[in-house]
Design a protein. Sequence first.
Length: 329
Amino acid sequence: MPSILLFGVTGLVGCKFLLASHVVLALKEEYPNLPVTVFLRNNALDVYLYETAGVQRIVHGTFDERDKIIALAKEHDVVINVGSSWDVPLSEAIVEGLNQQPETKKKTLMHMSGAGNFVDKRWTDGAFHPEAKIWDDNNPEDMKLINPSMLNGGPDTVILNAGKRGKIGTYIVFPSGIYGEAAGPVPALGVVQLIFREKAKELGFVPYIGEGSAIFNCLHVNAIAPFMLKVLDLALQDDTPQGSVYERCFLIGGEEIPWKNASEAFAKVLHTEGLVPSPQARSVTLEEAGEGELPMLMASNVMFASRRAEKLGYKHNEVGLVEFLSQSR
Ligand SMILES: NC(=O)c1ccc[n+]([C@@H]2O[C@H](COP(=O)([O-])OP(=O)(O)OC[C@H]3O[C@@H](n4cnc5c(N)ncnc54)[C@H](OP(=O)(O)O)[C@@H]3O)[C@@H](O)[C@H]2O)c1
């Protein structure tokens, strides 16, 4: 029975993944009692995690506790990191712990990165450019372009290098912008919904860049857990990982909408919540939008094809972002 160590259980993705994993895996004869350890800094959730989510072991700590993370990774067959796509030392510690296991033992690392890697920065005017690069997860040459200068490229590079050395089966999932509600007791917004709020608070309005026609690919959180379970099935099914590390990268997304439409939908919600005085989004230049990931993402296009993920069964049949936000008002 392979043991699982999960980072990020209280996040938007992690809480859905944990709940879904228990529901779905309980249905599977081959994994009736997959033992799950969770590593989290929140001390108030132990009863929920043991009794409702059914985890076997809880370890409290933060991502900077390197020795603790190494020791835990050394003890588990499968490590799943849906906690941070930015934290290089965290990924290094996970890899180091897995590598301390016996050479011949099977060990797996499933990592959640992000499609923010694939921003085409040749244009930063907020407009749609049909010549923007379309990344293809089924093309290893595209995946070989992943590097530390990309938004999530630091940990990705650590993991891809570890997988290339052949001791760890690595699987990286790159979701686009995630919306939706958290499951469980922690009302996590997730990265994109959080940075929209923070930017609105900073500026006093919800921005978009230029004409706002640049493409924002986004997916509902409910589409993620079923696919992560398919990746887990894939990882568990063979004694040795199949294909190169680049053939174990999966880009997943949903609707492609202009950033202006996303900003307008967020502006209405955040106005209803009393966070901004106007329900209208406002066009600004990249410089006027200030610092941070959101202006960088809004200024350019992210376009990709999920051919490899779709072959594995990925689909997005969820409500779109604008409709989701209008229902949440
Ligand atoms: N949401 C998106 O739009 C999006 C898009 C693309 C990629 N991603 C990536 O997908 C992954 C999951 O995203 P998410 O939206 O679910 O993230 P999230 O809601 O921000 O959750 C992050 C999780 O990591 C934990 N965490 C963060 N820093 C920690 C630290 N220093 N020590 C211990 N725990 C820590 C959080 O714990 P606390 O509850 O204690 O804070 C939480 O459980 C992330 O790697 C993210 O970058 C997200």
